[in-house]
Structure formats: structure tokens, C-alpha cells
Design a protein around this ligand. Structure first.
Ligand code: COA
Length: 260
């Protein structure tokens, strides 16, 4: 895999995807969005890749938003198309990926950058991180899922305030709000994410992919999360991972999940 705006490295069964436009604070232009789609699609298909970490290059930014220079002259239809395409190929795509995705938020995560971090399955921040949805300061609203995922994560009142004021919060406030799960120093950020990834990788990939699907089901309209859970729970009983997990437990040994 080779990309113009991304790098992909591996630490054992964890893939680390780094958005690499530091001079533009890793702002998401359309090419980067397309490359992220391709990278996530390929990594998800790799059987040996059990967890993906997404981060930004440099010490200043995770992603400072969608690339404003690309859409400043867009029409109503082009604006709607921009959002719809982004949802489809990147933000919803990551949220619904079978492989767990951790956002390592290493600096500014603004606008589309925070929306990208929120589309990941959970977030770890470095202590210099700053997060916000500043779109209304540009005459816009968040268009990559921010109006939906931010209230899900931090509650409606706090989300309304953050969106309306266009202000940023620091890493500790984000921790307090539940927007990120942990705050660590910048140098500890990737090691800490890898440590969590290793814990995830000990477990059944098939069960984890079911868990992602079912947790997400509860946030979808016209989908009954409890019903989805019951169905997926039942499906687990037909997997080789279930057979291995229960057999290993009874034999008092560590499970070696086949991922099937
Ligand atoms: N789109 C396009 N370019 C962006 C960008 C974005 N979202 N965010 C930053 N950049 C570019 C800047 O234009 C600048 O490019 P230049 O050096 O060619 O002029 C470069 O990245 C560095 O940014 P700069 O603003 O000089 O850094 P700063 O430290 O002074 O400020 C921010 C950092 C994050 C506060 C500021 O860049 C910012 O407000 N960015 C926009 C955030 C935003 O509104 N995002 C939502 C978009 S919908």
C-alpha cells in the first residue's frame, strides 16, 4: 500500500495509519479522504491486522478539519454531495468497519478532524490535544456526522454549546465529557494506544466485529439494537472462535482465535 497523503506502519497485529499533510495541519482534502477509504478497506480485509490506530503526523494536529480551500466556492448541491460522499466513503465506513479503530488524537481535532475521531470506535488523546466543531464560525454546520455523534458521546446540551460557540476544549475537558477515554503525554500516545490494541487483539476478532455492529445498531433509526444483539449473539455460537474460546477456557489455556 502506498499513498500520497498517508503512511501505514505495523506493530505486530496493529496497523498505524498516519495522515501526512503536516504543513496543512493534516486537513482532509478529497484525495486524503479517498486514500483513507482505500487504506481502511485494505486493512479491514487483512486477516492479520486486528486493530487499526489512526493518527496525524507532526506534533500539532490530528486533523484541523476538512480542507476549507477545496469547498469555499461550492454550490448547495456540491455541498450536499460533499457531505454525502464523505459519510459514505469515510465516516460511516470507519464507524461500521469490522476491525476496531482507535483514534490517537495528537493535537488539534477540529471540524472534520473531530468528526473523524468520533467516527472511530474510541479515542485516546495526548495532553496537548484541542477539540471542537468550529463550522458555524465559517457559516456552516458540521457535515460529516458531528451533529449526531457529538451528542451521542457527550450529551445534547454540551454538544449544542460546543457547536454554537464554535469553541475548543482541551484534552482534560474532553476526558471529563467522555469524548476521549484517556489522556496521556504526546510521547506516550502511540505506545498507550498499542497497549490497548494488544489487549483487544487477544480476543475473538469475529466476536469483536459483531460487538461493533451491535453497539452501532443501537444508534441507528429503525433498527432495534436489542434484536440485533440477540441475532448476533446467536451467530457467535456458530463460529470457530466460539469453539476455540470456550474450549481454551475449559482446558485452562490461552485461546488462539482463528478469526472465523
Ligand atoms: N483547511 C485548509 N487549510 C488549513 C486548515 C483547514 N481546515 N487548517 C489549517 N490549515 C492550513 C492553514 O491555512 C495554514 O496553511 P498556510 O501555511 O499555507 O497558510 C496551515 O494549515 C497552518 O495553519 P495556521 O492557521 O497557520 O496554524 P495556527 O497554529 O495559527 O492555527 C488552527 C491552528 C487549527 C487554530 C487554525 O489553522 C484553524 O483555525 N484552522 C481551521 C479549523 C477549522 O475551522 N476547521 C473546520 C473546517 S470545516
Amino acid at each position: 500500500m502506498s499513498y500520497k497523503n498517508l503512511s501505514v506502519e505495523y506493530d505486530d497485529t496493529t496497523a498505524i495509519v498516519t495522515i501526512n499533510r503536516p504543513k496543512k495541519l493534516n486537513a482532509l482534502n478529497s484525495e486524503t479522504i479517498q486514500e483513507l477509504h482505500e487504506a481502511f478497506e485494505e486493512l479491514d480485509a487483512e486477516k492479520d491486522t486486528l486493530v487499526i490506530i489512526l493518527t496525524g503526523s507532526g506534533e500539532k494536529a490530528f486533523v484541523a478539519g476538512a480542507d476549507i480551500s477545496e469547498f469555499s466556492d461550492f454550490s448547495i448541491d456540491e455541498g450536499a454531495e460533499l457531505a454525502a460522499n464523505g459519510h459514505k466513503i469515510l465516516f460511516d465506513f470507519i464507524e461500521n468497519l469490522s476491525t476496531p479503530v482507535i483514534a490517537a488524537v495528537n493535537g488539534f481535532a477540529l471540524g472534520g478532524g473531530l468528526e473523524l475521531a468520533m467516527a472511530c470506535h474510541f479515542r485516546i488523546a495526548s495532553d496537548n490535544a484541542r477539540m471542537g466543531l468550529p463550522e458555524v464560525s465559517l457559516g456552516l454546520i458540521p457535515g460529516y456526522g458531528g451533529t449526531q455523534r457529538l451528542p451521542q458521546l457527550i450529551g445534547k446540551g454540551r454538544a449544542m454549546e460546543l457547536i454554537m460557540t464554535a469553541s475548543m476544549i482541551d484534552a482534560n475537558s474532553a476526558l471529563d465529557y467522555g469524548l476521549v477515554n484517556h489522556v496521556v503525554s504526546q510521547e506516550d500516545l502511540l505506545p498507550h494506544c498499542i497497549e490497548i490494541a494488544e489487549k483487544i487483539a487477544n480476543n475473538s476478532p469475529v466476536a469483536i466485529s459483531h460487538a461493533i455492529k451491535v453497539v452501532n445498531a443501537g444508534f441507528k433509526t429503525n433498527v432495534n439494537g436489542y434484536k440485533s444483539e440477540i441475532e448476533a449473539f446467536g451467530e457467535c455460537f456458530g463460529t470457530a472462535d466460539f469453539e476455540e474460546g470456550t474450549t481454551a477456557f475449559l482446558e485452562k489455556r490461552k485461546a488462539e482465535f482463528p478469526g472465523e
